[in-house]
Design a protein around this ligand. Structure first.
Ligand SMILES: Nc1ncnc2c1ncn2[C@@H]1O[C@H](COP(=O)(O)OP(=O)(O)OP(=O)(O)O)[C@@H](O)[C@H]1O
Ligand SMILES: [Mg+2]
Length: 272
């Protein structure tokens, strides 16, 4: 089933050059889809079009079969949550609890129910001990957890992460990445992750590669991420396992191309 459809979308900021150029693609319901592309390729613009923060110049966007238009936008927004790159830009509450509650208050949820919902999601993201804390005093990774809890509390069908881990240290990055995976499994939510982290793409169901506002490559990661030359031409990284594969090749050892560590290690262990 199709969760989001872009049909021939065109978009430019202030009538300048086209940033999104006849873009058509589909996000499958329940999938973990990654969207990659060089800086300025239009990824964040696509995310903003998806949530109706920007309006396309032409073409059609469907979210869960609802056409993106003035009539449907509030309904569509209810089904979508978004976590941004900068953890400092997502805070509005005086405490972590207020912060998670923010979206719920907008949805007019009864007070007694609200407390239970906040506790559940704070617990799910490992932040239940921090409910009375000031969000500003948390680490970057903790701030992103709170942002995720706030989004989950609104029970969206789709969550978009726009480089949600890129400003975090390695530990925070690993934790939030694991959390995104967990959320996808646990809540059966459609996840769209915009990322520069090629190892995150390895673990996703489907990947779109954006270049100049168009889809340059797409497919399951095992098919797309072995295209080393194409990815490098698009200023993108290749998976670690592919880099090692090339180094072996330089030494005259031909391994089968695999995008994950396990597949690589298995083959190396079989070398005599
Ligand atoms: N508010 C804006 N006004 C004018 N131009 C903009 C605006 N936001 C983005 N752009 C331009 O649109 C293009 C696409 O930007 P976008 O932010 O969508 O790229 P991106 O793929 O998300 O990049 P990054 O990886 O750096 O986050 C860029 O050329 C950018 O300069
Ligand atoms: Mg961006």
């Amino acid at each position: 089933m199709k969760e989001i459809q872009f049909k021939n979308i065109e978009f430019s900021y202030h009538n300048d050059e086209k940033v999104i150029n006849d873009l058509s693609f589909t996000i499958e319901k329940g999938s973990y889809t990654t969207l990659i592309g060089h800086n300025g390729s239009g990824k964040s613009t696509v995310a903003k079009l998806m949530i109706g923060l920007l309006e396309a110049d032409s073409g059609e966007i469907l979210v869960r079969d609802l056409k993106m238009n003035v009539e449907n936008i509030s309904k569509i927004r209810k089904s979508l949550g978004m976590v941004f790159q900068n953890p400092d830009n997502q805070f509005i509450g005086a405490t972590v609890e207020d912060d998670i509650a923010f979206g719920l208050e907008n949805m007019v949820v009864a007070q007694e129910k609200m407390r239970d919902i906040i506790l559940k999601y704070a617990n799910d993201v490992g932040m239940s001990e921090y409910l009375e804390r000031e969000p500003e005093k948390l680490s970057g990774g903790q701030k992103q957890r709170v942002a995720i809890a706030g989004v989950l509390a609104m029970a969206p069908e789709i969550i978009i992460f726009d480089e949600a881990t890129s400003m975090l240290d390695p530990k925070g990055k690993a934790e939030i990445k694991a959390m995104i995976k967990q959320i996808h499994k646990q809540y059966n939510i459609t996840v769209i992750s915009i990322t520069h982290d090629i190892e995150e793409v390895v673990g996703s169901d489907y990947v779109y590669v954006l270049a100049n506002g168009q889809i340059a490559l797409e497919g399951i990661p095992a098919d797309v991420l072995i295209m080393e030359e194409e990815l490098i031409d698009l200023s993108l990284d290749v998976p670690f396992a592919i880099k090692i594969n090339s180094l072996f090749k330089e030494q005259g050892i031909n391994l089968e191309k695999t995008i994950n560590f396990e597949g690589l290690v298995e083959q190396i262990c079989q070398l005599k």
